[in-house]
Design a protein around this ligand. Sequence first.
Ligand code: AMP
Length: 566
Amino acid sequence: MSSTSVLPDPSAEPPAFTELGLRPELLAALAGLGYEEPTPIQREAIPPLLSGRDLLGQAATGTGKTAAFALPLLQRMPDDRAGDDPHALVLVPTRELAVQVSEAFHRYGKDLGARVLPIYGGQPIGRQLRALDAGIDVVVATPGRALDHIARGTLRLGNLATVVLDEADEMLDMGFAEDIEAILEHTPEQRQTVLFSATMPARIDGMARAHLTDPVRILIAREQPVAGEAPRVRQSAYLVARAHKPAALGRVLDVESPTAAIVFCRSREEVDRLTETMNGRGYRAEALHGGMSQEQRDRVMGRLRAGTADLLVATDVAARGLDVEQLSHVVNFDVPSAPESYVHRIGRVGRAGREGVAITLAEPREHRMLKTIERVTGQRITIDKIPTVADLRTRRLELTQAALRESLLEDDLDPFRVIVETLSDEFDLMEVALAAVKLAHEATLPGSDEAEEEIPQVAVRPPREGRSAGYEGRGERRPARPRTAGTTQVFIGVGRRAGVRPQDLVGAITGETGVRGRDIGSIEIADRFSLVEVPVTVADEVIAGLRGSTIKGRKATVRRDRDERR
Ligand code: AMP
């Protein structure tokens, strides 16, 4: 087996998408999306996948792994696609991921006319049948539903050139091992097989040995600290849902009040969108990306240095070689696609003994990538709570207080004495001071914080160990307590007699809601009912999702467990 590392020489200029051998239609799609350069995993995976090799890749969400397998797969689709049976099958653990991956295929493959269909449990099967019947090139499916279609004869895999197992560790954790084996049985021997997994436990290795032929291995090999490369900066991360990211960025900037900050985005498109949003929110933001001329870039940098802009929104490519004296904060609007990209980004601050701050806005599902970065850099990233409206108010008052103190120490206040003296005939001195502070506060901080909205906090996932314990002795009635803190149990009125297995419950929950497999804790299956442990924050969503669906063909009673203890 050949093996490569995804940590390339940081001084080497990375290859462009054009050097990876991709066809013009795909390059055009990538340019349209504003992707400026391939991520490390894409650099390593695309060439061997284009040549038809099998591949075993260790990559978590956020590394760009979807494009790493989708682009070669689209390129390898024959132009004269004969017949209607799919050319590629991508197996994913959840409905959420099925939708996400097929959207990615649509985005990259639109000029190639790729026909892509997500199929997952919980969606009416009729629509899937019609689409499969009309002819499909790429099917992105959860294992259970794929197997349903294979059994019905509606998903025929005889023409498959490529099978991708995405987030394989997650699929195994959810109990899909047998389903995957059964599906692979229906695929041609000569297929190309690609396996991506965030972790590489022995079971994944076994699976790779059984189903991959002489694969290229792409692993995050170097886990020692990157000595001397990572500067000493305060590093923190906030977990926030995608939709709330611009608001969270604004809130964090308000509380941190940077001298000047650079915000990194993944694509040109995102740079432009975020710059516009932040300007709309009253920040002085400037965009910087690879599509701009040198003259435009110089102008932007000039404004930042002169202090007429305080926020630079940039892609990695555009920010390469940039050195801004005033920068105090680096913000990753997304978790960077590789640890060394993180190290390069945060290296922009904390130079020459100055204090630097690095902030990362991560979606909960990107939490694992943060851990990888911590491991590689050997430095801690603290997960902080997004400041609340109350925190913001406190901070604003502190700023006003600091400004007043400075004025008391530095300014000539005599010209105002007459006002205080006059007013003090009529009012108490304290009240006069309060009114003056109020006016000063409002004048320095335009925009009332009355209009500020709370940004929903999202929880860090419970540790994996907690949940895998739930799968031991499947179907056994285990002592239910103690439960992990912050979780609750959901009662579902079907159990062993109805043939319910843990994977049916996990499949139904992840299929019907945005909750992911690893968020689900212990599962108990009794004869007539089941109890599933979930984080309190998503319990209502789980209950609503399960009420709207069937489990093993039945509508079941679903509610919070009455016997609940907190
Ligand atoms: P994934 O790790 O596949 O979930 O991808 C993470 C995110 O990165 C997705 O939103 C992609 O659209 C984006 N992305 C993937 N590759 C690139 C790239 N080369 N440049 C910019 N963004 C990318």
